[in-house]
Design a protein around this ligand. Structure first.
Ligand SMILES: Cc1ncc(COP(=O)(O)O)c(C=O)c1O
Length: 480
């Protein structure tokens, strides 16, 4: 490969691709949100073996025109309100492009000095927004799953008196969380060796918040059985409804029992940008660790999660090994920050750049106004559903996630009602203007919509409710 030739090709393709992507952003709302395509047909499109010889870059791009672009889910479309993935800010997309080109590897200072400093500033900003003081720190991660995993690892190490890192898990520990936790908590309990049976998944109240009486009862039962309470995982914005547990009360209970408090604000962390709703997360700064996903409600392209810690030395105690091949010969003064000593991952992408660029470009307040607009959209849909004889909303939305269910004219058994909801979202997906999901809460099936999207408007919410009503009536008749 000729370096000059590569650079020329990059310039030419780059202009072309950016031009197309700009048009894509301008027209994303005109396309069906989800492609009508058979998964087997897609698998056939990508079924060939390893190419032994290459072809022209234009040809490769033309193949994407044929095989990739027509079959994407347009998360940037205002009608996308599904599994929490944001409309990506174009400045963040540029950030990702630059990050790939510079290929700074954040694990070690020697592979990205300025990138490490920029990423540390980004982490400090997230800590500041969370209300953490000096001494806080964190890691940017692939997402909430990894951030929650690191949070549980810190909790486990803390509960074991910093022994589990070396000696493994000895004895019985319990982790307390609500039935509305994200499944990443179950996976994390497994991966850090506590096991899923160590999870006490406790009932919630009518607002889907962890019931403190149930927590106290579980703690008493565990104490009596000789189980050590290790950690509370509080929801600071549940996936289904944006429920926020009583963080202040949970801090007091955690202290009483010597437990770690982890707050999962993977989704809800966006409210830290809001001037209007930030009190919803009152007490989040009391948590020992916090998960926040900028790739959710900070409108960053995937991937950008974050695990923040009130005392960043916890990360070093948990992960601080230094093998000889990573030793930095030039760091006698100890001023080169080595992420690999203070976190799980070593090689990793320069995730901070897109988050940093978005905050520099718009400022926290402007992003916060967009977050407020998404909350207003959810509340608008909630209000309309409340007034509608055929819909029941689950709860007044504290964030942008909203669950509602259809009430048929004639009562249907639960299984038929669940089927109705599933069929409706299938048809909504096929119709192309929206993508929403379903969920189960308290033995009931609900429609679930969650705009984290700067193209969504109140009009989308009105049209969504109309589409839901029309489609549900149709399905109801078929099921009768
Ligand atoms: C509350 C909560 N925690 C954790 C996660 C997992 O985050 P990720 O998909 O970024 O791994 C999600 C994802 O939606 C979530 O809603």
């Amino acid at each position: 490969m000729d370096a000059q030739e590569e650079a020329r090709e990059f310039r030419r393709l780059g202009h072309d691709v950016i031009e197309r992507l700009a048009t894509y952003f301008e027209t994303v709302d005109e396309q069906p949100v989800f492609p009508n395509v058979d998964p087997d047909a897609l698998a056939r499109l990508f079924s060939g073996g390893v190419p032994r010889s290459g072809r022209g870059a234009d040809e490769v791009l033309a193949t994407l025109d044929e095989k990739l672009f027509p079959y994407c889910t347009h998360t940037g479309s205002g009608g996308y309100m599904g599994l929490i993935t944001a409309s990506p800010l174009p400045i963040g997309v540029i950030g990702d492009l630059i990050a790939s080109a510079l290929n700074q590897n954040l694990g070690a200072y020697s592979i990205g000095p300025a990138a490490v400093a920029l990423e540390r500033q980004t982490v400090r900003w997230l800590c500041e927004l969370s209300g953490y003081g000096a001494g806080a720190g964190g890691n940017l991660t692939s997402g909430g799953m990894t951030a929650n995993l690191i949070g549980l690892k810190l909790a486990r190490d803390f509960a074991s008196g910093e022994r589990a890192q070396v000696g493994g898990v000895n004895g019985a520990f319990a982790v307390y969380t609500s039935e509305e936790r994200h499944v990443s908590i179950d996976k994390a309990a497994d991966v850090v060796g506590l096991g899923r049976e160590s999870l006490r998944t406790l009932p919630t109240d009518d607002d889907y918040r962890l019931r403190l009486d149930a927590l106290q009862a579980a703690l008493e039962a565990d104490r009596a059985a000789g189980v050590t309470p290790a950690c509370i995982v509080a929801m600071a914005g549940s996936t289904n409804t944006g429920a926020v547990d009583d963080l202040v009360a949970l801090r007091a209970i955690a202290d009483e029992h010597g437990m770690w408090l982890h707050a999962d604000a993977a989704y809800g962390g966006g409210l830290l940008l809001s001037q209007r709703w930030k009190d919803t997360l009152r007490g989040i700064e009391l948590a020992d660790s916090i998960t926040i996903d900028p790739h959710k409600w900070f409108y960053a392209p995937v991937d950008a999660g974050a695990l923040l810690v009130r005392d960043e030395t916890a990360l070093t105690r948990s992960f601080g090994q230094k093998p000889s091949y990573l030793k930095d010969e030039f760091d006698d003064a100890g001023t080169r920050y080595q992420y690999y000593v203070h976190g799980l991952e070593q090689s990793r992408r320069f995730r901070g750049l897109k988050v940093w660029m978005s905050l520099e470009r718009y400022g926290a307040d402007e992003l916060g106004r967009q977050v407020d607009a998404n909350v207003e959209q959810a509340r608008h849909l909630w209000q309309r559903a409340l007034e509608h004889p055929r819909f029941e909303p689950a709860v007044e939305p504290p964030m942008s996630a909203i669950c509602l269910r259809y009430l048929p004219e004639r009562a249907l058994p639960n299984t038929a009602l669940a089927l109705l909801h599933h069929r409706v979202v299938e048809r909504i997906e096929r119709a192309g203007e929206f993508w929403i999901g379903t969920t189960r809460m308290k033995e009931r099936t609900w429609f679930r919509a969650c705009p984290v999207n700067f193209r969504t408007t109140l009009g989308h919410m009105d049209r969504l409710l109309n589409a839901l009503e029309e489609t549900a009536r149709e399905v109801e008749e078929e099921l009768a």
